[in-house]
Structure formats: C-alpha cells, structure tokens
Design a protein around this ligand. Sequence first.
Ligand code: F6P
Length: 556
Amino acid sequence: MPKNNSSEIASMTNTASHAYAALTAHQQKLGMKHLRDLFADDSGRAASLSLSLEDVLLFDFSKQRLTRETLDLLVELAEASSVPEGIRRMFDGDRINVSEDRSVLHTALRRSSGPFPSARMDVMPEVLATRSRMARFAELLRAGEAPGHEGMAIRDVVNIGIGGSDLGPKMVNQALRSIAHPALSVHYVSNLDGAQLAPLLQTLDPRTTLFIVVSKTFTTQETMLNAETARDWLRANLGEEVDLARHFAAVSSKPERAAMFGIAPERVFPIWDWVGGRYSLWSAVGLSLMIAIGPHAFDELLRGAERMDEHFRTAPLAQNLPVLMGLIGIWNVNFLGAATHAVLPYNESLKYFPSFLQQLEMESNGKSVGIAGGPVRGETCPVVWGELGNNGQHAFFQLLHQGGRLVPCDFIASIRSDYPLPGHQEALLSNCFAQSSALAFGKTENEVRESMEKERVPPEQIAKLLPHRVFAGNQPSSTLLLKSLSPATMGSLIALYEHKVFVEGLIWGINSFDQWGVELGKAVAGRILPAFADPSLASAFDPSTRALLAYCRKQS
Ligand code: F6P
C-alpha cells in the first residue's frame, strides 16, 4: 500500500491538487495490475512507452507500472505544477534558487555562444573566456609544455576536491578513459582519510606532479587539508623554496583564498555563484577532465548536454525526456510508494555514475521543506543507490527479485563497447535485458511447476522447492540504451538526469539548488576536532560522542 496516497504536497495549487487527486483515483483503479497484464492489454506498449533522442539514446519506460492514461494524468500534474513556467524561469536566469537568492545557470556552461540568459545579464563572455583559458592550459599540459620542477614535463595531475568538485569530473573521466591522454595520469582525491592520499603520493614523482585544488568556497575541510598535505609533501621532497606556482592550479569562486594558499593568479580559474557544486562539471571544475580527454572532446561533452538542454526547453511535456523521467519518478514515489531507486549501469566505465547521481538527486531533492518554508507532506527524493549491474546480479539482485520490496530501477547500457572483446558485449547486454525482463514478468507458480516437470524433478521435490522458485515480478524499471559512451552521449545523459531532478523538485515544490542539510554535520565536526587534543572539551558533547572520544583516547 503506498504510504502517502492520500497526502498531497503542501505547496500545491488547487489545480495541482486536482491533478494529484485524479492520479490517486487512477492509481487505486490500476491497483497492483501486473506488468504481465499491462503488456498483454497493449501490444504496442514497448513502442508507445519509449522515446529516443535521435541517434543518442533510447529511453524505454514500458516496464514501468503505468499506462498511457497514467502518463496523460502525470503530464496534467506537471502543467498544474507550473513545470513549463519553472523551465522557462530557469533558462531566463530568474533567481529560482530563492534561499540563496541566485540564478541557476549551469546550462550557460555548455552553450557555444551568447547572449545568455539575456542581453541584460549575459554571462557568456566570462564563460567563454574561462573555457578558452582552460583549453590553453590543458593543451600545454597535454603537450608536455607546462613545466614542473626544473622544467620537467608534468606527468600526473591530481584533482583535490569533494562532492561536486570531485564526483562529476571523476565520473566522466572514468566513462571516457578510452580516449584519455596516454602519457598523463589524472587522479582524484576527495576523502579526509589519509588512506586515499598517502598511497597515491607514494606512487607520484613530486617533480612532475600538478595538484588542482577545486573548491567553490575554498574552505571545505577535506579539500583544504588534502591540499595542505600536498603542499607539505612538495616542500618536503623538493625543498622549502620549491616553486609552488608550477605544481598548483585552483578552481574557485573565491580567487583571493586561492591566492592566499599560494596559487599563482594566472592558474586560478573562476566559477560563479550561479553554478551549484553538483551541476559544475561543465565549468572549470571539469579542468582535470579536460586535461585528460582534451579540449575538443570536452567541447563535444558540452554539445551533448546543450542538445539535451534544447530538447528540455522546447519539447512538449509528453515527449520531453527529462520531464517524462521526472514524472515517472513522482509516480513511483508518491503513488506507488517507492522509497528507494536503484541505478544499474551495465558498463564498467560508468562505475561512478551511481555515486554521482546520489549527490545530484539526494542533495538536490532530499528535502522536506517546501520552497516557501512550509512542510512538504508527501515523500520527496527516494534513496538513490546502485552499482554496476552485472556485478550486482551476483550480490544484491536477489532482493530485487524476491525481497518483496518495491525498488524501481534504471538500467543503463551502451550498445557499443570501447573495449570490444569477442562475445563480451552481447553477453553483457543479454544480461541487462534479461534482468529487467525477469524483474518485470517474474515466473509464476505454474511456469515453475511446468519447467520442473520438464526436468523430471520428482513431485515431492517440486512441492518443496516451488515456493522458493517463484518470482513475483512486477518490479518497475526503465532502460536507457546509449549508442556508445562518447563525450556527446555522456553530456546528454548527465543533462537528462540534471533536468529530471529539477522537474521533480518543481512538482514537489522544493528548491533543488540549495543544500542546507549538509551544514550541521560540518559545524559539529568543527567543534569535536579540538577535543582530540584537549579532552576537557568533550564534556560539552552528548553522552554518545563523549563515550566515542573516550574510547579513542583509551585505544590510541
Ligand atoms: O558539503 C556539500 C558541498 O557543499 C557540496 O554541495 C559541494 O559540491 C561540496 O560540498 C564541495 O564544496 P566546495 O566546492 O565549496 O569545496
């Protein structure tokens, strides 16, 4: 039973409430109708419930537990929730990030020309100028002409950043590693845990290493500490007088802080307050990625995203990929009661995509306060999780098949592999298609009995094993089939999810572009840290924290 069928989203207008009520009634009528029956009822379902962006990708949502009527009602909900107006306002540069009083203009970062969003507030000159500076710097490094210590060419680039200053570039870098520069290695360091940075440093030659400190605020504890350790390591190995300008670059909206750290102004690249961290890989935050794949491929990535932007801005709601994806998310959460959402790439190169999406979706929409400050009564963002699908089959898929929980899934695969080994790609794709099919259609008692009888299993064994071998099915999923993992396809894929998140936020009535929920933990960590050096400070903390600190003291 869906948790919140009867509750509506607090900030809804009357028309949205009406559309929501119509969907609730429709859901009750549809009930638990099985995907087997939905396919039996409509022979054209596979074709009619899928949409493609020409030669880029196919979005097959025929295995979602909905009908054409559901979609029509969801589109009405989108209209009643002012989704078209929200889209227009974002592209117009309105200050839709109201709690931070900012425009949301990451789409500017993938444009090739201006003015944008308007002649009056054109951000394109600085966007294009920064892109050119990035390209020049990347080309120098790629050509071995950005000298490290004593003129030696830089061989290793380490991106130091966390969250949006890490996940996006790292994820795309992994996705496009087949076209990465062969003689330049790009590494990513995010974690406070020395277990990430220390072993990496052991493999690096300080004379030929460049660190890029990426932090919008240039105050993030993890990034600052890792950057300071990197600076200490350079000094320890190359002498106090080492020319840090040769070994550091920075990306920040606070260039003065980067300068104070000791980074040469000509190596500080700007980002702007109208780009959220998790939407920033298209900006100079993507510098490490551009160094790896080259300015030309980076530009193709931007073109792919721009293409999705144009589709999102102009396509009618019913044929609009991000809108449909967002509406399916709403249907699963608010009408079917899904609490989680699994992302299952069938492509090793997409191994960081689930964690990238976790930040994108949960930091954007993991909120229960509406844009005007009132509570959102319905559920919002599901718990997003995932793993490479093929590996997951031999780990957690058991629960998806027989755990009895509703877990909508996104299967993501590319038709062509960048690493073709005979027989591998077909085997991989057949597993991908088999899983979504098995999850949707399951295996009935009769089917199990029949197949066991065919195998001549004795009747008492059949009786014993039958319940274990039944698959209920009816687990909803979408499949995103990409032509290949090219830079342009990656751009379109990421922009698709970005806009889907925005659509859901509009319907839930929340601001998808702030992240106040991450602040408390940071502040508390700042108070706890000094207690490691001065135990008397521990008395200010809760009993559990005090006990944890005391145990650490005793054991260290
Ligand atoms: O703590 C969350 C967060 O602010 C994210 O939104 C952001 O992507 C990340 O930290 C890194 O922030 P910064 O780029 O300012 O170091």
